[in-house]
Design a protein. Structure first.
Length: 197
């Protein structure tokens, strides 16, 4: 099988697995179901993923790549040094979760909840967060604490929403994002260069 075709097949299996997780939960994901949803035989599926753990690992790697891509995409909306664009980019990214009712965020929460105690599987996500924490630690001392608090608040917004316990106050949530930008980051600290695509 050509490497290009193999990559397309792997991507199709991963997309099918994500679809199963979104529709029925992670417990419904089996190799048989992933193969069927991807339109191939179980043997073809197992050629690419020798077992369900390998498929879980690929899903988690994809999720970590998604986190990295979204962070870069939303930081690119602002002019400035990476330490200046970090929190405004995070705020813009977290605003999009209001529209992401059933996609990557739900898949990520399912994976993280299911494999929280499996350090080997969780390594790509742990590594992504470690890079984030190191970026915060590298900030100038006067900016470190407020920006750390801002990111932790945004993480709280994310998890309360995805676990269905978020406050039902859209206007208050929007005000909170503004507060984070104004009080914890410094309104006007960076200039927005473009809108989210």
């Amino acid at each position: 099988m050509s490497s290009e075709k193999a990559l397309r097949t792997r991507a199709a299996i991963i997309a099918a697995a994500r679809g199963i997780i979104l529709k029925e939960g992670i417990g419904a994901l089996t190799m048989d179901r992933a193969a069927q949803a991807a339109g191939m035989s179980k043997g073809a599926c197992m050629y690419h993923f020798k077992n369900k753990r390998a498929l879980h690992a690929a899903l988690i790697e994809d999720y970590a790549a998604h986190l990295d891509g979204q962070m870069k995409r939303h930081e690119a909306l602002f002019e400035g040094r990476p330490d200046e664009t970090l929190v405004p980019g995070f705020v813009e990214w977290f605003k999009t979760f209001e529209a992401d009712s059933r996609d990557w965020a739900d898949v990520g929460v399912a994976l993280l909840s299911n494999f929280v105690h499996d350090d080997e599987l969780m390594k790509p996500v742990h590594d992504w967060y470690q890079k984030l924490w190191f970026r915060i630690q590298a900030l100038p001392e006067a900016e470190r604490l407020p920006r750390f608090v801002a990111i932790m608040a945004l993480e709280g917004f994310f998890y309360t929403r995805k676990f269905g316990v978020n406050p039902p106050f859209a206007e208050l949530n929007a005000q909170a994002y503004g507060f984070i930008n104004e009080k914890l980051v410094g309104e006007g600290a960076v200039r927005r260069t473009k809108d989210v695509a």
